[in-house]
Write a protein that binds this ligand. Structure first.
Ligand code: HEM
Length: 341
Protein backbone atom coordinates (compact mmCIF):
# COMPACT_ATOMS: atom_id res chain seq x y z
CA UNK A 1 0.00 0.00 0.00
CA UNK A 2 2.81 2.34 1.05
CA UNK A 3 4.69 1.65 -2.19
CA UNK A 4 1.54 2.34 -4.25
CA UNK A 5 1.25 5.75 -2.59
CA UNK A 6 4.93 6.46 -3.25
CA UNK A 7 4.53 5.54 -6.90
CA UNK A 8 1.45 7.76 -7.34
CA UNK A 9 3.35 10.64 -5.77
CA UNK A 10 6.38 9.92 -7.99
CA UNK A 11 4.24 9.94 -11.11
CA UNK A 12 2.42 13.11 -10.11
CA UNK A 13 5.71 14.88 -9.42
CA UNK A 14 7.00 13.79 -12.80
CA UNK A 15 3.88 14.86 -14.64
CA UNK A 16 4.09 18.31 -13.06
CA UNK A 17 7.84 18.56 -13.62
CA UNK A 18 7.42 17.85 -17.36
CA UNK A 19 4.63 20.19 -18.35
CA UNK A 20 4.71 18.81 -21.87
CA UNK A 21 2.88 15.75 -20.64
CA UNK A 22 0.45 17.38 -18.28
CA UNK A 23 -2.14 18.75 -20.67
CA UNK A 24 -4.23 15.73 -21.63
CA UNK A 25 -3.95 12.77 -23.90
CA UNK A 26 -5.20 11.82 -27.32
CA UNK A 27 -8.95 11.57 -27.59
CA UNK A 28 -10.63 14.63 -29.01
CA UNK A 29 -8.79 17.11 -26.89
CA UNK A 30 -6.99 18.56 -29.89
CA UNK A 31 -6.38 22.02 -28.51
CA UNK A 32 -4.34 20.61 -25.67
CA UNK A 33 -2.29 18.49 -28.04
CA UNK A 34 -1.70 21.34 -30.48
CA UNK A 35 -0.44 23.68 -27.79
CA UNK A 36 2.44 21.34 -26.93
CA UNK A 37 4.19 21.53 -30.26
CA UNK A 38 6.26 24.32 -31.63
CA UNK A 39 5.38 22.94 -35.07
CA UNK A 40 1.64 23.10 -34.56
CA UNK A 41 1.28 25.94 -37.06
CA UNK A 42 2.72 23.73 -39.79
CA UNK A 43 0.65 20.56 -39.56
CA UNK A 44 -3.15 20.65 -39.43
CA UNK A 45 -5.66 18.37 -37.82
CA UNK A 46 -8.12 18.97 -40.69
CA UNK A 47 -5.51 18.92 -43.46
CA UNK A 48 -7.24 16.16 -45.49
CA UNK A 49 -10.82 17.00 -44.53
CA UNK A 50 -11.54 18.77 -47.81
CA UNK A 51 -8.93 17.35 -50.17
CA UNK A 52 -9.18 13.66 -49.23
CA UNK A 53 -11.99 13.18 -46.72
CA UNK A 54 -11.79 9.38 -46.73
CA UNK A 55 -8.05 9.28 -46.04
CA UNK A 56 -8.16 7.88 -42.51
CA UNK A 57 -11.02 5.52 -43.35
CA UNK A 58 -9.08 4.02 -46.26
CA UNK A 59 -5.99 3.61 -44.05
CA UNK A 60 -8.01 2.05 -41.27
CA UNK A 61 -9.69 -0.49 -43.57
CA UNK A 62 -6.44 -1.47 -45.26
CA UNK A 63 -4.64 -1.98 -41.94
CA UNK A 64 -7.56 -4.09 -40.72
CA UNK A 65 -7.47 -6.22 -43.90
CA UNK A 66 -3.74 -6.87 -43.68
CA UNK A 67 -3.59 -7.57 -39.95
CA UNK A 68 -6.50 -9.98 -40.25
CA UNK A 69 -4.28 -12.16 -42.40
CA UNK A 70 -1.12 -11.57 -40.37
CA UNK A 71 -1.63 -10.12 -36.88
CA UNK A 72 2.11 -9.59 -36.41
CA UNK A 73 2.00 -6.74 -38.93
CA UNK A 74 0.30 -4.43 -36.37
CA UNK A 75 3.31 -4.20 -34.04
CA UNK A 76 5.57 -4.02 -37.10
CA UNK A 77 3.80 -0.83 -38.24
CA UNK A 78 4.16 0.77 -34.83
CA UNK A 79 7.88 0.01 -34.86
CA UNK A 80 8.24 1.32 -38.41
CA UNK A 81 7.04 4.77 -37.39
CA UNK A 82 9.73 4.97 -34.70
CA UNK A 83 12.36 4.02 -37.25
CA UNK A 84 11.09 6.68 -39.63
CA UNK A 85 10.71 9.53 -37.13
CA UNK A 86 13.92 8.61 -35.29
CA UNK A 87 16.05 9.10 -38.42
CA UNK A 88 15.88 12.56 -40.02
CA UNK A 89 12.29 13.03 -38.79
CA UNK A 90 8.88 11.73 -39.88
CA UNK A 91 9.54 12.08 -43.61
CA UNK A 92 9.04 8.52 -44.92
CA UNK A 93 12.80 8.23 -45.56
CA UNK A 94 12.64 4.71 -44.12
CA UNK A 95 10.39 3.65 -47.02
CA UNK A 96 12.77 4.54 -49.87
CA UNK A 97 14.16 1.34 -51.30
CA UNK A 98 17.39 1.79 -53.21
CA UNK A 99 21.03 0.95 -52.73
CA UNK A 100 22.41 2.82 -49.74
CA UNK A 101 18.97 3.81 -48.35
CA UNK A 102 17.98 3.48 -44.66
CA UNK A 103 15.81 0.51 -45.50
CA UNK A 104 18.80 -1.38 -46.92
CA UNK A 105 20.98 -0.79 -43.81
CA UNK A 106 21.77 -3.96 -41.81
CA UNK A 107 20.08 -2.43 -38.75
CA UNK A 108 16.81 -2.18 -40.70
CA UNK A 109 16.84 -5.86 -41.65
CA UNK A 110 14.00 -6.82 -39.32
CA UNK A 111 11.68 -3.90 -40.17
CA UNK A 112 8.42 -5.02 -41.73
CA UNK A 113 5.11 -3.66 -42.96
CA UNK A 114 6.33 -1.86 -46.10
CA UNK A 115 3.85 -3.71 -48.32
CA UNK A 116 0.91 -2.34 -46.32
CA UNK A 117 2.05 1.24 -46.86
CA UNK A 118 2.49 0.56 -50.61
CA UNK A 119 -0.99 -0.91 -50.79
CA UNK A 120 -2.55 2.04 -48.94
CA UNK A 121 -0.69 4.44 -51.21
CA UNK A 122 -2.07 2.76 -54.37
CA UNK A 123 -5.59 2.97 -52.96
CA UNK A 124 -5.14 6.64 -52.11
CA UNK A 125 -3.65 7.47 -55.50
CA UNK A 126 -6.93 6.23 -56.97
CA UNK A 127 -9.15 8.34 -54.68
CA UNK A 128 -6.98 11.43 -54.15
CA UNK A 129 -4.11 11.39 -56.68
CA UNK A 130 -0.96 13.28 -55.76
CA UNK A 131 -2.30 14.58 -52.46
CA UNK A 132 -1.42 12.24 -49.61
CA UNK A 133 2.21 11.88 -48.53
CA UNK A 134 3.75 8.57 -47.59
CA UNK A 135 4.89 10.16 -44.32
CA UNK A 136 1.27 10.92 -43.39
CA UNK A 137 0.17 7.44 -44.46
CA UNK A 138 2.76 5.84 -42.18
CA UNK A 139 1.70 7.98 -39.21
CA UNK A 140 -1.97 7.23 -39.79
CA UNK A 141 -1.35 3.50 -40.33
CA UNK A 142 0.66 3.21 -37.10
CA UNK A 143 -2.18 4.73 -35.12
CA UNK A 144 -4.76 2.53 -36.85
CA UNK A 145 -2.63 -0.51 -35.99
CA UNK A 146 -2.25 0.61 -32.37
CA UNK A 147 -5.96 1.20 -31.90
CA UNK A 148 -6.86 -2.08 -33.60
CA UNK A 149 -4.46 -3.84 -31.22
CA UNK A 150 -6.46 -2.40 -28.34
CA UNK A 151 -4.04 0.48 -27.72
CA UNK A 152 -4.90 4.14 -27.18
CA UNK A 153 -5.98 6.73 -29.76
CA UNK A 154 -4.19 10.02 -30.35
CA UNK A 155 -5.06 12.87 -32.71
CA UNK A 156 -2.82 13.17 -35.75
CA UNK A 157 -2.15 16.46 -37.47
CA UNK A 158 -1.21 16.06 -41.15
CA UNK A 159 0.53 17.85 -44.01
CA UNK A 160 3.95 16.18 -43.92
CA UNK A 161 5.93 15.96 -47.14
CA UNK A 162 8.19 13.07 -48.14
CA UNK A 163 11.96 13.29 -48.22
CA UNK A 164 13.75 12.92 -51.51
CA UNK A 165 16.76 11.21 -49.94
CA UNK A 166 17.56 8.42 -47.53
CA UNK A 167 21.00 7.31 -46.31
CA UNK A 168 21.86 4.02 -44.64
CA UNK A 169 24.43 5.73 -42.41
CA UNK A 170 21.68 7.79 -40.70
CA UNK A 171 20.13 4.61 -39.29
CA UNK A 172 22.66 4.72 -36.44
CA UNK A 173 20.46 7.43 -34.92
CA UNK A 174 17.83 4.86 -33.95
CA UNK A 175 18.92 3.11 -30.76
CA UNK A 176 19.70 -0.58 -30.86
CA UNK A 177 18.58 -2.91 -28.06
CA UNK A 178 22.02 -2.77 -26.44
CA UNK A 179 22.51 0.93 -25.63
CA UNK A 180 22.83 2.23 -22.07
CA UNK A 181 20.26 4.58 -20.60
CA UNK A 182 22.44 7.67 -20.94
CA UNK A 183 22.78 7.02 -24.68
CA UNK A 184 19.02 6.43 -24.98
CA UNK A 185 18.28 9.65 -23.12
CA UNK A 186 20.64 11.60 -25.35
CA UNK A 187 18.98 10.16 -28.44
CA UNK A 188 15.51 11.01 -27.17
CA UNK A 189 16.65 14.50 -26.22
CA UNK A 190 17.96 14.97 -29.74
CA UNK A 191 14.41 14.21 -30.93
CA UNK A 192 13.01 16.82 -28.51
CA UNK A 193 11.62 14.06 -26.30
CA UNK A 194 12.19 13.69 -22.56
CA UNK A 195 12.81 10.94 -20.03
CA UNK A 196 9.10 10.32 -19.54
CA UNK A 197 8.66 9.87 -23.30
CA UNK A 198 11.53 7.37 -23.28
CA UNK A 199 9.97 5.22 -20.56
CA UNK A 200 6.46 5.48 -21.98
CA UNK A 201 7.35 4.83 -25.61
CA UNK A 202 9.51 1.87 -24.62
CA UNK A 203 6.16 0.54 -23.37
CA UNK A 204 5.38 -0.16 -27.06
CA UNK A 205 7.24 -3.37 -26.26
CA UNK A 206 4.09 -4.54 -24.50
CA UNK A 207 3.25 -5.95 -27.94
CA UNK A 208 5.28 -7.49 -30.73
CA UNK A 209 8.32 -9.67 -31.02
CA UNK A 210 12.09 -9.62 -31.12
CA UNK A 211 14.20 -11.80 -33.36
CA UNK A 212 16.34 -14.18 -31.37
CA UNK A 213 19.40 -12.86 -33.22
CA UNK A 214 18.84 -9.59 -31.36
CA UNK A 215 19.09 -11.17 -27.91
CA UNK A 216 21.36 -14.19 -28.36
CA UNK A 217 24.29 -12.30 -26.85
CA UNK A 218 22.29 -12.12 -23.58
CA UNK A 219 21.54 -15.84 -23.60
CA UNK A 220 24.64 -17.78 -24.53
CA UNK A 221 28.14 -16.86 -23.43
CA UNK A 222 27.09 -13.50 -21.94
CA UNK A 223 30.29 -11.47 -21.36
CA UNK A 224 32.29 -14.63 -22.14
CA UNK A 225 30.73 -16.43 -19.14
CA UNK A 226 29.23 -19.29 -21.20
CA UNK A 227 26.00 -18.56 -19.30
CA UNK A 228 23.18 -16.08 -19.78
CA UNK A 229 22.88 -12.51 -18.50
CA UNK A 230 22.39 -12.95 -14.72
CA UNK A 231 19.93 -10.06 -14.70
CA UNK A 232 17.36 -12.20 -16.57
CA UNK A 233 14.89 -14.12 -14.38
CA UNK A 234 16.31 -17.71 -14.37
CA UNK A 235 13.07 -19.35 -15.57
CA UNK A 236 12.72 -16.90 -18.42
CA UNK A 237 16.41 -17.28 -19.29
CA UNK A 238 15.89 -21.03 -19.44
CA UNK A 239 12.92 -20.66 -21.77
CA UNK A 240 14.73 -18.16 -24.00
CA UNK A 241 17.82 -20.34 -24.25
CA UNK A 242 15.69 -23.22 -25.46
CA UNK A 243 13.64 -21.07 -27.84
CA UNK A 244 16.44 -18.98 -29.30
CA UNK A 245 18.91 -21.46 -30.72
CA UNK A 246 18.24 -20.07 -34.20
CA UNK A 247 18.71 -16.35 -34.80
CA UNK A 248 15.64 -16.31 -37.05
CA UNK A 249 13.29 -17.54 -34.29
CA UNK A 250 11.20 -14.90 -32.56
CA UNK A 251 10.05 -14.30 -28.97
CA UNK A 252 7.41 -11.99 -27.54
CA UNK A 253 8.72 -8.79 -25.99
CA UNK A 254 6.10 -9.11 -23.24
CA UNK A 255 6.31 -12.74 -22.18
CA UNK A 256 3.22 -12.56 -19.93
CA UNK A 257 0.50 -10.75 -21.92
CA UNK A 258 2.10 -10.58 -25.39
CA UNK A 259 -0.86 -9.28 -27.35
CA UNK A 260 -2.49 -6.96 -24.78
CA UNK A 261 -1.68 -3.26 -24.88
CA UNK A 262 -1.35 -3.03 -21.10
CA UNK A 263 1.20 -2.12 -18.42
CA UNK A 264 2.43 -5.71 -17.99
CA UNK A 265 5.69 -4.73 -19.73
CA UNK A 266 6.59 -2.56 -16.69
CA UNK A 267 5.59 -5.32 -14.25
CA UNK A 268 7.85 -7.68 -16.19
CA UNK A 269 10.79 -5.30 -15.89
CA UNK A 270 10.35 -5.29 -12.12
CA UNK A 271 10.65 -9.08 -12.19
CA UNK A 272 13.77 -9.09 -14.40
CA UNK A 273 11.71 -10.25 -17.35
CA UNK A 274 12.73 -7.58 -19.85
CA UNK A 275 13.69 -9.15 -23.18
CA UNK A 276 15.99 -6.43 -24.50
CA UNK A 277 18.93 -5.11 -22.50
CA UNK A 278 17.58 -1.58 -23.00
CA UNK A 279 14.22 -2.63 -21.52
CA UNK A 280 15.77 -4.18 -18.42
CA UNK A 281 18.12 -1.23 -17.91
CA UNK A 282 15.11 1.08 -17.54
CA UNK A 283 14.26 -0.42 -14.18
CA UNK A 284 17.84 -0.37 -12.87
CA UNK A 285 18.69 3.22 -13.72
CA UNK A 286 17.79 5.67 -10.91
CA UNK A 287 16.53 8.20 -13.47
CA UNK A 288 14.03 5.87 -15.14
CA UNK A 289 13.41 3.27 -12.40
CA UNK A 290 10.81 5.35 -10.48
CA UNK A 291 8.80 5.84 -13.67
CA UNK A 292 8.83 2.12 -14.43
CA UNK A 293 7.63 1.47 -10.89
CA UNK A 294 4.85 4.03 -11.22
CA UNK A 295 3.57 2.60 -14.50
CA UNK A 296 3.78 -0.94 -13.12
CA UNK A 297 1.80 -0.09 -10.01
CA UNK A 298 -0.83 2.21 -11.45
CA UNK A 299 -3.86 1.01 -13.42
CA UNK A 300 -2.99 0.30 -17.09
CA UNK A 301 -4.97 3.38 -18.11
CA UNK A 302 -2.21 5.63 -16.77
CA UNK A 303 0.30 4.09 -19.19
CA UNK A 304 -2.13 4.06 -22.11
CA UNK A 305 -3.03 7.73 -21.68
CA UNK A 306 0.58 8.80 -21.43
CA UNK A 307 1.47 6.61 -24.41
CA UNK A 308 -0.99 8.59 -26.54
CA UNK A 309 0.59 11.86 -25.39
CA UNK A 310 4.11 10.71 -26.21
CA UNK A 311 3.12 9.21 -29.57
CA UNK A 312 1.52 12.52 -30.58
CA UNK A 313 4.93 14.11 -29.91
CA UNK A 314 6.94 11.39 -31.67
CA UNK A 315 4.98 11.69 -34.91
CA UNK A 316 5.79 15.39 -35.19
CA UNK A 317 9.58 15.09 -35.07
CA UNK A 318 11.41 16.90 -37.88
CA UNK A 319 8.53 17.07 -40.32
CA UNK A 320 8.86 18.57 -43.80
CA UNK A 321 5.91 20.77 -44.66
CA UNK A 322 4.59 22.86 -47.52
CA UNK A 323 5.97 26.01 -45.86
CA UNK A 324 9.58 25.20 -46.68
CA UNK A 325 8.86 23.48 -50.01
CA UNK A 326 11.45 20.84 -49.23
CA UNK A 327 10.37 17.32 -50.03
CA UNK A 328 7.61 16.04 -52.27
CA UNK A 329 4.47 13.95 -52.33
CA UNK A 330 5.82 10.65 -53.65
CA UNK A 331 3.83 8.76 -56.28
CA UNK A 332 5.15 5.44 -54.98
CA UNK A 333 6.31 5.21 -51.37
CA UNK A 334 9.46 3.24 -52.10
CA UNK A 335 10.74 5.68 -54.76
CA UNK A 336 11.43 9.37 -54.87
CA UNK A 337 9.68 11.10 -57.81
CA UNK A 338 12.91 12.86 -58.68
CA UNK A 339 15.35 9.96 -58.50
CA UNK A 340 16.29 7.84 -61.49
CA UNK A 341 16.79 4.16 -60.67
C1 HEM B 1 13.85 3.23 -26.51
C2 HEM B 1 14.50 2.80 -27.51
C3 HEM B 1 14.12 1.57 -28.28
C4 HEM B 1 14.93 0.52 -28.52
C5 HEM B 1 16.37 0.38 -28.09
C6 HEM B 1 14.15 -0.44 -29.27
C7 HEM B 1 14.64 -1.63 -29.75
C8 HEM B 1 13.87 -2.61 -30.31
C9 HEM B 1 14.38 -3.89 -30.73
C10 HEM B 1 15.85 -4.32 -30.66
C11 HEM B 1 13.32 -4.61 -31.18
C12 HEM B 1 13.36 -6.04 -31.70
C13 HEM B 1 13.76 -6.02 -33.14
C14 HEM B 1 14.01 -7.39 -33.68
O1 HEM B 1 14.71 -8.17 -33.07
O2 HEM B 1 13.50 -7.70 -34.75
C15 HEM B 1 12.15 -3.80 -31.07
C16 HEM B 1 10.89 -4.19 -31.42
C17 HEM B 1 9.79 -3.35 -31.38
N1 HEM B 1 9.80 -2.01 -31.06
FE1 HEM B 1 11.33 -1.02 -30.19
N2 HEM B 1 12.90 0.03 -29.45
C18 HEM B 1 12.83 1.27 -28.88
C19 HEM B 1 11.76 2.12 -28.90
C20 HEM B 1 10.57 1.85 -29.52
C21 HEM B 1 9.53 2.81 -29.77
C22 HEM B 1 9.62 4.29 -29.39
C23 HEM B 1 8.52 2.15 -30.38
C24 HEM B 1 7.21 2.68 -30.87
C25 HEM B 1 6.61 3.69 -30.35
C26 HEM B 1 8.92 0.78 -30.50
C27 HEM B 1 8.13 -0.23 -30.99
C28 HEM B 1 8.54 -1.53 -31.16
C29 HEM B 1 7.64 -2.62 -31.53
C30 HEM B 1 6.14 -2.52 -31.69
C31 HEM B 1 8.43 -3.74 -31.68
C32 HEM B 1 7.96 -5.15 -32.12
C33 HEM B 1 8.03 -5.20 -33.63
C34 HEM B 1 7.48 -6.47 -34.26
O3 HEM B 1 6.85 -7.28 -33.58
O4 HEM B 1 7.66 -6.63 -35.48
N3 HEM B 1 10.17 0.62 -30.00
N4 HEM B 1 12.51 -2.58 -30.55
Amino acid sequence: MKSAVVSVVALLVILVAWPVSAGGYGGDDNDDIKSWFPLDNLLELDYYDKICPNFEKIVDNKVREWTKTDASLGPALLRLVFHDCGVTGCDASVLLDHEGSERRAPASKTLRGFEIIDDIKSALEKSCPGLVSCADILISASRAATVQLGGPYWSNAYGRRDSKTSYARDVEKVPSGRRDITALLETFQSYGLNILDLVVLSGAHTIGKANCGTIQSRLYNFNATKGSDPSIDPKLADYLRRKCRWASETVYLDAVTPVAFDNQYYKNLQKNMGILTTDQELVKDPRTGPLVKAFAEQPPQMFRQQFAVSMAKLVNIGVLTGEDRIGEIRKVCSKSNSRRY
